[in-house]
Ligand binder design. Structure first.
Ligand code: ADP
Ligand code: MG
Ligand code: ZN
Length: 586
């Protein structure tokens, strides 16, 4: 009997999903279009917004997956506005809540919040509104903790429900329900009772986490019935993706950034992301010395300084903000033409979100990442204690190290989306160049590296990646160098770094973290896979012309790569050639 019921359910869900939700002939359609313009001053819907709203207004449970910045909030705010009663919004962070309330207030929409720090007056005001059908309150934001811990509040909700004053529930960042998600919150588990306590109230869950196991898990945790899942594409067709090799010295790096700011991105607005507060201030000051109009923004700034930087940038007084990830909330400058990652992000999710701040006006914008192996280790010591920290970081590194795949394809597959690389329209560095990749056998290199690592182990010394490469290149600590100096790598340092990164990502090497009183250090060890090398290890490298080995100072904007057939002497790692500016945007 149970299976029959289940089958019927699945049938019903399928039927619902096959319906056209993107249409405009529901009884609320006119009101929807009117309100989006009058109250939100937005001209048109983005993909999936209309579907999600129609489905929830029709009374269905909905999961909406949309990239960060895609416009999920509108999908419950607008229906809330045109529905009778109050919409309950569950948000994991008080800061997110306050952000939302501030923007709703600007639009003149009545919203309130309840959390651990709410004053007595606030609580009273809200609780009165909940059972007053004449109250203008439309949206009520709460933390999951509030729901889980306050019986009084739950009682009020039930009253609100009985009065038919409960419009629907929106659960923001709904992936927090799932253990599979990247930030599981135990209090989200409590939300499972909502479905049975308020059987006729639709629930809409919103997230940017797209993996299918999270989606399924979330539905189970929330006990959603015949839930409709809408997923917007993660593809941003107007963004040009590019990875460059980060020069080894700060000076060269600054020169390159200055060149970009003053030529390719001249008179354009952008963001340069860095990792630490110190880097951020240093980079901004170095760039200012070269007459770039930039300001730094990070968590240690006073609120008034933050506002000053933000508005200065918005009004184009600053060409770029040099920022840590603290610069994010509330940025909606439409004409951001470039986002440069001076150092890699800690995950693809972060990268997607940060780079996604470019080109909100749908005009072309560039997302450039500077890759350097040392940045990977700096970040790994920061994230390795997080459950999926290293895995996330390595995915970011893999994006940078990939020498041939379309960048969009890498991003799409990360977000579980199917992708035809032909649809990139040459909007990434790999698709815009007609280069061919060749293969490099790095098995011998792994053998050499493992000999060095074994030597180190015998001497009971730990080696960092830098030390390992030193020994490999026959420099640095003498005792670690191999007696047979022919084995020392004659490859450029950058090539050595790429090989090492490849071996790390492929599971031949692993990081080994040690705490010191002041910092955490990442050392390298052989990983299991190195013990049974049963086939040759091949690394994809890109073929290019020697002509392109020009130092960055002689680089010219017009340098174009010619289609080339690989030759043994012209073999060169992809990462080295990223110094060439192949931009056609200036
Ligand atoms: P998310 O929650 O998906 O990360 P938000 O809901 O915070 O994104 O929306 C990001 C920005 O997009 C907001 O400034 C919002 O006003 C804007 N926005 C949402 N929908 C539209 C739309 N249809 N057209 C233009 N801007 C929109
Ligand atoms: Mg959001
Ligand atoms: Zn591409």
């Amino acid at each position: 009997k149970e299976t029959l019921k289940q089958q019927a359910n699945e049938e019903a869900t399928k039927k619902l999903a096959s319906q056209d939700w993107e249409t405009s002939d529901f009884q609320w359609t006119t009101k929807l279009y009117q309100t989006i313009q009058d109250s939100f001053h937005i001209e048109k819907f983005r993909p999936m917004q209309l579907s999600a709203m129609n489905a929830v207004l029709k009374g269905h449970d909905v999961i909406l997956i949309m990239p960060t910045g895609g416009g999920k909030s509108l999908c419950y705010q607008l229906p809330a506005l045109i529905s009778d009663g109050i919409t309950l919004v569950v948000t994991p962070l008080v800061s997110l809540m306050e952000d939302q309330l501030a923007s709703l207030e600007k639009l003149g929409i009545k919203a309130a919040k309840l959390n651990a720090s709410s004053t007595k007056e606030e609580v009273n005001m809200v609780q009165t509104a909940m059972t007053d059908k004449k109250s203008p309150l439309k949206l009520l934001y709460v933390t999951p903790e509030k729901l889980a811990k306050s019986k009084r509040f739950m009682t009020k909700l039930q009253k609100m429900y009985q009065l038919k004053h409960f419009a629907f529930v929106a659960v923001d960042e709904v992936h927090c329900c799932s253990q599979w998600g990247h930030d599981f919150r135990p209090d989200y588990k409590f939300l499972g009772v909502l479905r049975s306590l308020f059987p006729t109230v639709p629930i809409i869950g919103l997230t940017a986490t797209a993996t299918s196991n999270v989606t399924t898990d979330v539905q189970k945790m929330l006990n959603l019935k015949n839930c409709l899942v809408f997923k917007a594409s993660f593809n941003r067709p107007n963004l040009y993706y590019e990875v460059r090799n980060k020069p080894s010295t700060q000076k060269e790096c600054i020169d390159e950034l200055v060149h970009l700011l003053q030529n390719r991105f001249r008179d354009q607005s952008g963001i340069i992301y860095t990792t630490s507060v110190k880097d951020c201030d240093q980079l901004a000051s170095d760039l200012r010395q070269q007459k770039c109009r930039v300001a730094s923004y990070h968590a240690s700034l006073e609120p008034s300084d933050r506002t000053q930087v933000h508005t200065g940038w918005r009004d184009n007084k600053y060409q770029a903000v040099v920022a840590t990830i603290a610069f994010g909330m509330g940025i909606d400058k439409p004409d951001v033409r470039f986002v440069i990652h001076h150092s890699i992000s800690k995950s693809m999710e972060n990268f997607y979100q940060e780079s996604g701040r470019a080109g909100r006006d749908d005009l072309k914008a560039c997302c450039i990442v500077y890759w350097r192996l040392s940045d990977l280790f700096r970040l790994s010591t920061m994230v390795f204690t997080e459950q999926t920290g290293l895995r996330n970081l390595y995915a970011m590194a893999a994006y940078c190290l990939d020498s041939e795949r379309c960048r969009r394809e890498v991003i799409a597959s990360h977000f579980d989306e199917r992708w035809e690389s032909s649809s990139c329209n040459k909007m990434c560095d790999h698709c815009s160049q007609e280069s061919k990749s060749t293969e490099m056998n790095i098995t011998e290199h792994l053998i050499t590296l493992s000999q060095i690592l074994k030597r180190a182990e015998e001497q009971q010394v730990r080696v960092t990646a830098q030390k390992l490469i030193d020994a490999w290149q026959n420099t640095g600590q003498v005792s670690l160098r191999l007696p047979d100096s022919k084995k020392s790598a004659k490859l450029p340092r950058e090539t050595c770094e790429s090989i090492l990164a490849h071996l790390l990502l492929e599971g031949y090497l692993k990081e080994d973290f040690h705490f010191t009183p002041y910092s955490t250090i990442s050392y390298l060890l052989l990983d299991e896979r190195a013990n049974y090398i049963d086939k040759e290890i091949i690394m994809k490298v890109e073929a290019s012309l020697d002509e392109e080995k020009k130092p960055s100072s002689t680089r010219s904007k017009t340098t174009r790569k010619q289609p080339t057939t690989p030759s043994a002497t012209a073999k060169k790692l992809k990462v080295e050639e990223r110094l060439i500016d192949v931009s056609d945007s200036d």
